[in-house]
Design a binder for this molecule. Structure first.
Ligand SMILES: NC(=O)c1ccc[n+]([C@@H]2O[C@H](COP(=O)([O-])OP(=O)(O)OC[C@H]3O[C@@H](n4cnc5c(N)ncnc54)[C@H](OP(=O)(O)O)[C@@H]3O)[C@@H](O)[C@H]2O)c1
Length: 276
């Protein structure tokens, strides 16, 4: 019996994802890591022995190409950790014309994960982890305005909405793919003093000045819930669960269990990433 496992981690060129890659690298693990910056990613790949692919999630064609590269490399995927993301200025649209928090944090991982569905199903017991955030509570999804064109989009609201979508996507997977042996959970890693919020004045002030000593944790500590869940694997008990660090049933926005929003977001996302 083949006991090797394939683990894919996005956003592994820095912060929480890089620490998760360092911890999960092992002789019996085929590790695949992705990032936007080729130089930073190459350094983590060298350290961990991982196969590395670069893609900018602000460009959906790069995500499609990435899915193809991963599928070519891996016959099966045991663990997919959708961790790439950040807080972006809502007014700067992506090349695909989307609000960037929506595309980079939700639509791109939706595209990647659904494109890799057959590789996950082939593992007969796969886990999809989505790095969400306590910020999900500031989120509100309007299915008729996913790109926040009608509502005034403050950065925190746009970010929180995308992180709420990570939880809704987790539940969409739990609803649709459990017959394929695929389990999904969402995780808030904690307030982590990483490169997170590098474009945000407010986050920069809290995370990269002496104020950080008031409440942030290190990327290594922030990664521990992802590492623990990845090692736990496709346990049906965690299917559809949102963890606040190691604690199941973290606090969520009111929409997080709304079936119509879960299904509506899935349908709208599938439509947006479909080739037209
Ligand atoms: N730090 C926190 O306090 C906190 C709290 C809650 C949730 N989170 C979530 O945790 C996850 C990891 O964040 P982090 O704290 O580790 O931040 P980080 O140090 O900035 O790392 C973010 C990772 O995502 C990648 N990434 C960012 N934009 C991308 C894009 N357009 N295309 C492809 N990859 C992109 C980065 O790649 P490059 O570095 O190569 O550009 C990097 O590998 C994010 O989803 C974030 O929302 C963080």
């Amino acid at each position: 019996m083949n006991s090797r496992r394939t683990v894919v981690i996005t956003g592994a060129s820095d912060g929480i994802g890089a620490e998760t890659a360092r911890a999960l690298a092992a002789p019996d693990v085929d590790l695949i890591i992705t990032g936007r910056s080729a130089g930073k990613l190459a350094a983590v790949a060298e350290e961990t022995g991982a196969t590395a692919f670069t893609a900018d999630f602000a460009v959906l064609d790069e995500v499609r190409a990435l899915a193809g590269q991963i599928a070519e490399q891996a016959g099966t995927i045991d663990v997919l950790i959708n961790n790439a993301g950040g807080m972006f200025e809502p007014a700067r649209h992506t090349v695909d014309g989307h609000e960037p928090n929506f595309q980079i944090n939700h639509l791109a991982p939706f595209l990647l994960t659904t494109a890799l569905h057959d590789r996950l199903a082939a593992a007969k017991g796969a886990l999809v982890l989505n790095t969400s955030s306590a910020g999900n509570r500031a989120g509100r999804v309007d299915l008729s305005d996913l790109d926040l064109q009608r509502r005034r989009a403050f950065q925190m609201r746009a970010y929180g909405t995308s992180k709420l979508m990570n939880i809704l996507f987790t539940r969409g997977i739990a609803e649709r793919w459990s017959d394929d042996g695929i389990v999904s959970a969402a995780v808030h890693p904690g307030p982590v003093a990483s490169s997170f919020g590098r474009d945000s004045f407010a986050v920069g002030l809290l995370y990269r000045t002496p104020l950080r000593h008031l409440g942030t944790i290190t990327p290594a500590k922030g990664a521990t819930p992802l590492i623990a869940l990845a090692r736990r694997g496709a346990d049906p008990e965690i299917n559809g669960v949102y963890f606040d660090r190691h604690r199941a049933q973290g606090r969520e926005a009111p929409q997080a269990h709304d079936r119509a929003i879960i299904d509506g977001l899935w349908a709208a996302s599938a439509d947006l990433v479909a080739p037209h």
